[in-house]
Unconditional design. Structure first.
Length: 309
């Protein structure tokens, strides 16, 4: 031990293991083996426990370590009675404030407040937010997938939830920015089907607009060429076609009804009615239902006139 006390040339510094202390207290010592590596040691007043503080040449780093000989290493409490801890800055405004990046290796970070848990697990690089005893509400997989209600999302966003009663069945809900109206989207186990439903609470269900600003809708096809393009069968209780012109013109006096002899010749030659597409044309080009129904009505009215004559 070397101490400089009084006199104009002294520094009033204390050195342990050094004769030239540069600070008020300077300790120069070699590291010890095992858990007792260190140069500065504080002992508990009531138990055989210690706090080691020093610099370790093996890792080129300073350290702080709590030790109880014969047991595992002990915890270290920083500001246990209050105050904030700052790393990389001198004015921390939170319990722990870090100016810079935080790195975690071979472990994870868990924040727990009243059983609300935020868990960053470095073993698989996932991130989860959860509550004890409740299915994980949010899970971010390292591959970029996000799961809500599931820890194994297989798509960019996967939502797993239970259906609710009434019009609020669903797992995904979008709210209008200006009104109390919602769009529900999800899967209903009762009907083994996905659904899309617009809702305004307290009123009837709302309309759903598909491509209201333009574009075509395809069902069973990836390349719709009409406003609604369905690849398959359509089943309906009723179909209403608007903007239809009737065929009353057939009964006007100036309507030129084909002579029956000419009609017979046409049918024998062409194997279909006049003004009606052939079987080949229908197979190649399809049928316009509105035009086809009107043409059939026209032929029925013409047949009525033939019958009257």
């Amino acid at each position: 031990m070397h101490a400089q006390w009084n006199g104009t040339t002294t520094t009033a510094n204390v050195g342990i293991g050094t004769s030239d202390p540069k600070t008020k207290l300077e300790i120069d010592g070699s590291s010890q083996i095992g858990y007792e590596i260190g140069t500065f040691k504080l002992k508990s007043g009531t138990a055989n426990q210690f706090l080691y503080m020093g610099y370790d040449d093996n890792y080129s780093a300073g350290y702080l370590q709590g030790v109880k000989p014969g047991t595992s290493q002990q915890n270290i409490l920083l500001a246990p009675n209050g105050g904030n801890i700052g790393i990389g800055l001198n004015n921390p405004d939170r319990t722990l404030t870090v100016a810079g990046q935080i790195g975690v290796k071979n472990g994870g970070v868990i924040f727990n407040n009243n059983n609300k848990i935020w868990d960053i697990t470095s073993s698989d690089n996932d991130l989860s937010f959860s509550e004890t005893g409740i299915r994980t509400p949010l899970y971010l997989k390292s591959g970029g997938n996000i799961g809500i209600g599931t820890i194994n999302p297989t798509s960019k966003l996967e939502i797993e939830g239970t259906s609710q009663a009434g019009y609020e069945i669903g797992t995904f809900k979008l709210k209008s920015a200006t009104a109390n109206q919602f769009l529900y989207m999800g899967y209903d186990d009762r009907y083994s089907a996905g659904y899309l439903q617009s809702v305004k609470p307290g009123t009837s269900q709302q309309n759903i607009l598909l491509a209201p600003n333009g574009g075509n809708i395809g069902i069973g096809t990836y390349s719709p060429t009409h406003k609604l393009d369905v690849c398959g069968t359509i089943r309906a209780q009723e179909i209403k076609v608007e903007s239809v012109n009737g065929c009353d013109f057939v009964f006007k006096d100036d309507y030129k009804l084909m002579n029956l002899n000419n009609l017979e010749k046409f049918i024998k030659t062409n194997k279909h009615l006049p003004e009606v597409a052939s079987e080949k044309e229908m197979a190649e080009n399809g049928v316009n239902m509105k035009e086809f129904q009107m043409k059939l009505l026209q032929k029925i009215e013409e047949l009525t006139l033939y019958t009257i004559e």
